[in-house]
Write a protein that binds this ligand. Structure first.
Ligand code: FMN
Length: 183
C-alpha cells in the first residue's frame, strides 16, 4: 500500500523558507509515501455565497485533500498567527457545511520563521482549527524552527545534523501516525 500526503504551505513567496522546509521534509519520507504540494495561490477569497458553485480551483483543492492519506501543514507565522492565504485555503476546503475535505485526515504541523519562537504562536492557532475540523494531529515532537543563514545546504537538505535527525524522527512518527489512522 502507498500513502499520498498533501503538503499545504502557508507562504507564497518564491524564496520561502517554508517551501524549502517542505521540500527537505519530503525527502525524509519512506518509499511508500509520496508528497504533493497543494496549490493555494490561485484560490479566490472565500465567500460563502459561492458554496453552491465552487470555482475549479476550490474543487481541485478539495479533490487533492480528499485523495490524501494525510496532510502536512508547513507554515510561517504572520503577526503571531497563520498567514491569511493558509486560512483562506482551510476555509475553502472545509465547506459547504458537512462536506469538509479535512475531516479525519491525520495532520502534521511544522514551521520555520525568522523569529526566536519559530512559529509557535501560529502553530497553536492552527492546532485549534485542526481540532475543530476533526483532524487527528500529531502532538509531539513540536517543530519550531528558526531560519538562519546556512540552515539549508546547497542541495536544499537541512545542513545541521542534529536538526536533520530531529526532523527524521518527526517524519518517522508522522508516518506511523498516518498508518495507524489508515487502519
Ligand atoms: C506580514 C508578516 C508578519 C510577520 N509576523 C511574524 C511573526 O509574528 N512571527 C515571526 O516569527 N515572524 C514573522 N514574520 C517574519 C517571517 O517569519 C518571515 O518573513 C519568514 O521568512 C516567512 O516565511 P517564508 O520564508 O516561508 O515566507 C512576519 C512576516 C510578514 C511578511
Amino acid at each position: 500500500m502507498s500513502y499520498r500526503i498533501a503538503i499545504v504551505i502557508g507562504s507564497l513567496r518564491k524564496e520561502s523558507h517554508n517551501k524549502a522546509l517542505a521540500a527537505a521534509l519530503a525527502k525524509l519520507g519512506p518509499s511508500d509515501f509520496t508528497f504533493d504540494t497543494v496549490r493555494i495561490d490561485d484560490l479566490p477569497l472565500y465567500n460563502q455565497d459561492d458554496d453552491g458553485a465552487p470555482s475549479a480551483q476550490v474543487t481541485r483543492l478539495k479533490g487533492a485533500i480528499n485523495a490524501a492519506a494525510g496532510v502536512i501543514f508547513v507554515t510561517p507565522e504572520y503577526n503571531r498567527s497563520i498567514p491569511g492565504v493558509l486560512k483562506n485555503a482551510i476555509d475553502h476546503a472545509s465547506r459547504p457545511y458537512g462536506q469538509s475535505a479535512w475531516t479525519g485526515k491525520p495532520a502534521g504541523v511544522v514551521g520555520i520563521s525568522i523569529g526566536q519562537i519559530g512559529t509557535a504562536c501560529a502553530q497553536q492557532h492552527l492546532r485549534t482549527m485542526l481540532a475543530y475540523l476533526d483532524m487527528p494531529t500529531l502532538g509531539q515532537p513540536e517543530v519550531f524552527l528558526t531560519a538562519k543563514e546556512g540552515f539549508f545546504d546547497a542541495s536544499g537538505a537541512i545542513a545541521n545534523e542534529g536538526t536533520r535527525k530531529f526532523l527524521q524522527g518527526w517524519m518517522d512518527k508522522y508516518v506511523a501516525f498516518v498508518k495507524a489512522h489508515a487502519k
